[in-house]
Design a protein around this ligand. Structure first.
Ligand code: BG6
Length: 509
């Protein structure tokens, strides 16, 4: 019998040790896109630089461009130089570039998939990749069915004894519940569920993984993490950028589908879930799906949801155009660039505690945080004037960019007979740890190669998240136009009014 509380049935791997991927390779579809250049290629290099990839690791790019292997390697080289987190080391690069190949073709080009097959076979021989390949679909979802069908047809998705083939899919996982189900069906027809890795890059962020450590490795917070002490929770993902060159992707999708359906609901699930039986994927999914399944939408969607579009304004000292004036945007577009919703979780822990989720582009500044705001003291022995300036206690998980945790509470102002004001206690990653945080994509790509599914949302979670969002999107679709907010501000007045009706206000991080 375990005496130290350890579960003897759990795997005994020491999670402090670096995990190194076994023989393997990665095929990227959509390799000429922004994500690939800015995140995927640099993450592969950073992993190699940290010694976490096998010596023969191979990277195959698949795209329409008329490139040779050397051209592709040059593109990766430039992307790495520009965006990698760790310093450029010639010897690491030399070794990595040995395994780089480019396959030219379109998704309906059978011969290109045959070339891909023979390229993989060659790499198995020359680089020792052992037949283990992950196919990363960094392409719009409308191409998923074609690509996975082609992989199947050309025998590329076959799971052979002693090796693996995996599919990695980028969001959006559908447009609504119906399309998500169709998409899941198409992918699962070709790849078994445990070989499908859906990327929600927020789950790869250190600060997001730390939610579990903060809650379940400590005794301090859990006893008060419930309706008896928590007044409400605010989850904010604010961006200062506009839609940039992504009009084609963004218009018609909007803020809620782009980030609430995935990132924000995942943050909410991690904040609200019960302690999992272990830290493995099944146990985590079980708890997250319970939370998502218990979400209740507001009765009055007009009052408790807000969507809006940025209008012209000033951002970082520069003039910014409104959403409808952005290149490639339909001037009559109703797409939301800001969304705020109020949700409740119907279970014993959270009944009656609102979770306010908001996100927006072109807001005051870039910040993502989870603020657990506590109730006021039930009774105060101080005069009213002594606590006039005192806010509510709050625990703020600062996801980015200033990573850390803040605890806000009241303290006596020195020299006064009695006046209590808010102060904060801060934990900053940079001050407490010498190790810098890996990029989310480093962690997630490594997990894919290792077959570790903990940080990847499963079908059930994706579908439950759409189930939450669909009625809101349908309501918005039927009712009027989005509100407006000036670029560089904290969003529309309607969102402030939404909280004011509940006697609360948004934090100004
Ligand atoms: C992506 C969204 O998932 O997340 C983008 O599609 C958004 O619209 C991005 O800009 C933000 O990611 P991060 O890691 O910079 O917060």
């Amino acid at each position: 019998m375990a005496t130290n509380g350890a579960n003897p049935l759990r795997d005994t791997a020491d999670r402090r040790l670096p995990r190194i991927a076994g023989p393997s390779g990665l095929v990227i579809f959509g390799v000429t896109g922004d994500l690939s250049r800015k995140k995927l290629m640099p993450a592969v290099y950073d992993l190699a630089n940290r010694g976490l990839l096998p010596p023969g690791f191979s990277l195959i790019g698949f795209a329409r461009r008329d490139w040779e292997d050397e051209d592709f390697a040059q593109v990766v080289h430039d992307a790495v130089k520009e965006h990698a987190r760790t310093p450029f080391r010639e010897e690491v690069w030399q070794q990595l570039s040995q395994g780089m190949r480019f396959v030219q073709g379109t998704f309906d080009d059978d011969s290109a998939f045959e070339t891909l097959k023979s390229t993989i076979e060659d790499l198995d021989k020359s680089q020792g990749t052992g037949g283990n390949f992950a196919f990363y679909l960094s392409v719009p979802p409308k191409f998923f069915p074609k690509v996975v069908q082609q992989l199947k047809q050309h025998g590329l998705a076959e799971q052979k004894e002693g090796s693996w083939r995996r599919a990695v899919i980028e969001k959006p996982f559908g447009h609504d519940l119906k399309s998500a189900k169709e998409l899941n069906a198409v992918v699962h027809e070709v790849f078994p569920p445990h070989e499908v890795f859906r990327i929600d890059h927020y789950l790869g962020k250190e600060t997001v993984q730390n939610i579990l450590a903060l809650r379940f490795a400590n005794t301090l917070f859990e006893p008060i993490w419930n309706r008896s002490y928590v007044d409400h929770v605010q989850i904010t993902m604010a961006e200062d950028i506009g839609i940039g060159g992504r009009a084609g992707y963004y218009d018609g999708i909007g803020a809620a589908r782009d980030v609430i359906q995935n990132h924000l609901l995942q943050l909410m699930a991690l904040t609200a879930m019960e302690e999992p039986a272990s830290f493995d994927a099944d146990a985590l999914v079980a708890e997250k799906t319970k939370v998502l399944g218990a979400v209740r939408l507001p009765k009055d969607l007009a009052a408790d949801t807000v969507r809006a579009q940025y209008a012209a304004g000033w951002q970082g000292g520069e003039k910014a155009v409104g959403y409808l004036q952005e290149d490639g945007i339909d001037p009559k577009s109703k797409t939301d660039t800001y969304a705020a919703i109020k949700l409740e979780i119907e279970n014993r822990r959270w009944a009656g505690v609102p979770f306010y989720l908001r996100t927006g582009k072109r807001l005051g500044r870039r910040v993502t945080e989870i603020a657990v705001v506590f109730q006021r003291a039930p009774h105060s022995p101080f005069d009213h004037t002594a606590t006039e300036e005192l806010g509510q206690n709050a625990l703020v998980i600062r996801v980015q960019p200033d990573e850390g945790v803040t605890l806000r509470f009241g303290s006596k102002v020195p020299g006064t007979s009695m006046e209590v004001r808010d102060v904060s206690m801060d934990f900053q990653y940079g001050e407490s740890f010498t190790e810098s945080s890996p990029e989310a994509y480093e962690r997630l790509i490594l997990d894919v190669l290792l077959g570790d599914a903990n940080l990847f949302p499963r079908t059930e979670e994706v579908e439950l998240s759409w189930q939450i969002l669909d009625p809101i999107e349908e309501f918005w679709e039927k009712h009027g136009r989005p509100a407006q907010y000036e670029s560089g501000t904290w969003g529309p007045a309607e969102a402030d009014e939404m909280l004011a009706r509940d006697g609360r206000s948004w934090r100004r991080p």
